[in-house]
Design a protein around this ligand. Structure first.
Ligand SMILES: C[C@]12CC[C@H]3[C@@H](CC=C4C=C(C(=O)O)CC[C@@]43C)[C@@H]1CC[C@@H]2C(=O)c1ccc(O)cc1
Length: 238
């Protein structure tokens, strides 16, 4: 086992401030309530479900940008690198977000309705399976909100995205998050010293979903489904 689990793990004052600012940003930036209400009310059809998810995806990108701007140090990165990180991590952040939302037990059956609409949105089986497997593996972790917020920040601050110029600057920021995340995991799950490693394993699983997503977009376009201008720009489609 790692030394950490033997020693008393201390979170420093500045690390506490870091976690607080990221968790606050994570909780502050959510898709608008009226959109989630629509999800519960609109009638079911593959087209209607796809439209709703497209609206949610578009809103989620805007939420993601606002959240990212609140990650300490992000705005001091090179501007073009900021764009490269957002473009490169948007799909993973979206799938991570959907897994975190779907693994919550919502009182009004929101997660069941959302799952049903995802299942019936014109997405083919071959992408559905890996995506729902991912949801299950995130659900098993039962992450607390600090872990969810930090894991999202770690995903965004992945240095090896296309077109990132100052790799080291991004790596340093990600490292800062990982150090805090590891301490939180040890403190939150003392009985499971491998918890942090399992959390990082989810990031590897996330990357494979990136690959499926490109094909998912293509298959949707084959059925001439329309995306929004923001999604087209983000994913270089149309
Ligand atoms: C990722 C996704 C779009 C965004 C959805 C996610 C399911 C759950 C969500 C919960 C959210 C919340 O409660 O905050 C924000 C939106 C998200 C994150 C969908 C599953 C498949 C879909 C998709 O890939 C897709 C992509 C392009 C489209 O045009 C339509 C769907």
């Amino acid at each position: 086992t790692t030394k950490l689990s033997k020693e008393k793990v201390e979170i420093t004052k500045e690390q506490q401030a870091l976690v607080k600012s990221i968790v606050d940003a994570y909780n502050r930036h959510q898709i608008p309530q009226d959109m989630t209400k629509k999800l519960l009310q609109e009638q079911y059809s593959a087209e209607e479900n796809f439209l709703l998810l497209t609206e949610m995806a578009t809103s989620q990108v805007q939420v993601l940008v606002e959240f990212t701007k609140n990650i300490p140090g992000f705005l001091s990165l090179d501007c073009e690198d900021q764009i490269a990180l957002l473009k490169g991590s948007a799909v993973e952040a979206m799938f991570l977000r959907s897994a975190q939302v779907l693994s919550k037990r919502m009182p009004n059956g929101y997660t069941e309705v959302l799952k049903e609409r995802v299942r019936n949105s014109g997405m083919s089986e071959e992408f559905m399976t890996p995506m729902f497997n991912f949801y299950k593996s995130i659900d098993e972790l039962q992450m607390v909100q600090e872990e969810q917020a930090l894991l999202t920040a770690v995903t965004i601050l992945t240095p090896d995205r296309p077109y990132v110029k100052d790799y080291q600057a991004v790596e340093r920021l990600q490292e800062t998050m990982l150090v805090v995340l590891r301490k939180l995991c040890v403190l939150q799950h003392p009985q499971d010293p491998q918890y942090f490693a399992r959390l990082l394993g989810r990031l590897t699983e996330l990357r494979t979903l990136n690959h499926y997503h490109a094909e998912m977009l293509t298959s949707w376009r084959m059925n001439d489904q329309k995306f929004t201008p923001l999604l087209c720009e983000l994913w270089d489609v149309q």
